[in-house]
Design a protein around this ligand. Structure first.
Ligand code: NAD
Length: 463
């Protein structure tokens, strides 16, 4: 660890010197790096798909959709928008300040730390990096030790494409993260669990460092079957794709559980069965389209959640597990006990509880009784229900009539609230996330109002 401490010291010193040189502030430098990211992904498509397969068993199409393609689009958006984003914004000052003028300029924080997660190890590492570079920062990335092939790939490949005096990658786990967190950074961007998020925030507090925390939680999905009965098959397909077709449910914005009226639950379950079969065939384990659970420890956690006898009794589809292959079958539960662990922890796996309510309006109270989720999904055409969801609940985002797609749309901010995180990124919001908005006031010496200065004996200020 002594060697690691020295490596971190050296990296940090070099990044600070680079930032101080002013090189990363130039738009030309930022654009060169963004182009290099696109080039890196293009040149290494096959290798990236390989590491994602080795770490998570991701199919190359899934890998391209969720990681490679996503990163290239994000870098292209930044590249094409940067000239607009960096322009100082004029502020219209109130008459009181006349004849002064005002503007806001975006200034890079300086040297930033990005700690990323294993479930989308390429995109969750490179996407924040794109934001940090767009804003003109130097950046150090530590990807997750739980996706070691992706982490090693990034550590080896990034230095041969990007400016390695400004952009660095260090591999390692919690011990390395601990060393990194002992240093002073100008911004910390963390993707991971709420538990570790608290450690990050406490470390950042030591230096009053601003943080963005992209955390997780249980994302509910409401199906108001009355108003969407004609579209129910595409709803079942979308939910199935979101739950089982993206890293086997190991996604922060995955559908965690479904809320539906009691009278519709058994029909809904019957609709899921053929859809799952059409996605993964009779034997999903051999389909090549089901990502595996990341580690034995994560598998054992899922297996513990599922092996609760009361949860076992609620299995209505699937339920088989293979520890050697780190495989959990797409599984549906009907009304597992609300006090079971599976209904109180983020599931992060291919298990979908369906919770029944007497009336779908009760879904609002149900969601409000839990911590604020990263996303709420609702399939409904009932405008009153939509309004209630928007005005009575709080979450990072709300998506009507779809799931997970909001993540891909960089015109919208992405981030959590409460236990699901703080701060936001994607598209222009990423640029803002890594910029300090500096207020500039250009005063005038032409006029001086006397009440500014003492003595005030002859003045009385009023509204
Ligand atoms: P994690 O919190 O265990 O790890 C995240 C990062 O923190 C890794 O880089 C890890 O090395 C580091 N870390 C681990 N222990 C540490 C410690 N003691 N001190 C300092 N750093 C430490 O999370 P995870 O298992 O990688 O990811 C799963 C969680 O992440 C889920 O809750 C999920 O919802 C969330 N997540 C959120 C998003 C999002 O964009 N909001 C995306 C993906 C995952």
């Amino acid at each position: 660890m002594e060697a690691m401490k020295e490596a971190v010291d050296l990296s940090l010193r070099e990044m600070r010197e680079t930032f101080a040189s002013g090189r990363t502030r130039s738009v030309k430098w930022r654009k060169t790096q963004l182009k290099a990211i696109i080039e890196m992904v293009k040149d290494n498509e096959e290798k990236m798909c390989d590491v994602l397969f080795q770490d998570l068993g991701k199919h190359s199409t899934e890998a391209f959709r969720d990681e490679l393609g996503f990163v290239m689009r994000s870098a292209a958006t930044a590249l094409n928008s940067l000239d607009k984003w960096v322009v100082p914004r004029k502020s219209n000052l109130p008459l009181l300040f006349y004849p002064a003028t005002g503007k806001v300029i975006s200034e890079p924080y300086g040297t930033v730390l990005v700690l990323s997660s294993w479930n989308f190890p390429i995109s969750l590492s490179l996407d924040p990096m794109i934001g940090a570079i767009s804003a003109g920062n130097t950046v150090l990335l530590k990807a997750s030790e739980l996706s070691p092939n992706a982490s090693a790939f990034l550590a080896k490949t990034i230095p041969s494409y990007l400016d390695n005096k400004a952009i660095k990658v260090i591999e390692g786990g919690p011990d390395v993260a601990t060393i990194l967190l002992q240093h002073q950074w100008d911004k910390i961007f963390f993707t991971g669990s709420p538990r570790i998020g608290k450690i990050i925030m406490a470390a950042a507090a030591e230096h009053l460092t601003p943080v963005t925390l992209e955390l997780g939680g249980k994302c509910p999905t409401i199906i108001d079957h009355h108003s969407v009965s004609k579209d129910i098959m595409s709803i079942v397909k979308r939910i199935s794709g979101g739950k089982w077709g993206s890293c086997s449910g190991q996604a922060c914005i995955s559908v965690d559980y479904v809320l539906v009226e009691q009278s519709f639950a058994s029909s809904l379950i019957e609709m899921f069965k053929p859809v799952i079969k059409s996605f993964f065939g009779e034997n999903p384990k051999e389909s090549g389209c089901v990502a595996r659970i990341v580690t034995k420890k994560h598998f054992q956690r899922l297996s513990r959640l599922l092996n609760d006898p009361r949860v076992q009794a609620s299995i209505v589809y699937g339920g088989s597990m293979d520890e050697e292959k780190l495989y959990v079958e797409p599984t549906i539960l009907l009304n597992p006990p609300l006090d079971s662990e599976i209904m109180n922890e983020e599931i992060f796996g291919p298990v979908l509880p369906i919770i029944t309510l007497r009336d779908i309006q009760e879904s609002i109270g149900f969601i409000k009784s839990k911590p604020k989720p990263l996303a709420i999904y609702a399939f409904t055409k009932d405008e009153k229900l939509k309004t209630r969801i928007l005005s009575e609940t709080s979450s990072g985002s709300v998506t009507f009539n779809d799931v997970m797609i909001q993540y891909m749309c960089d015109a919208l901010p992405f981030g959590g609230v409460g236990e699901s995180g703080m701060g936001r990124y994607h598209g222009k919001y990423s640029f803002e996330c890594f910029s300090h908005e500096k207020a500039i006031m250009e005063g005038s010496l032409a006029i001086d109002l006397e009440p500014r200065y003492p003595p005030w004996n002859n003045f009385k200020l009023t509204f």
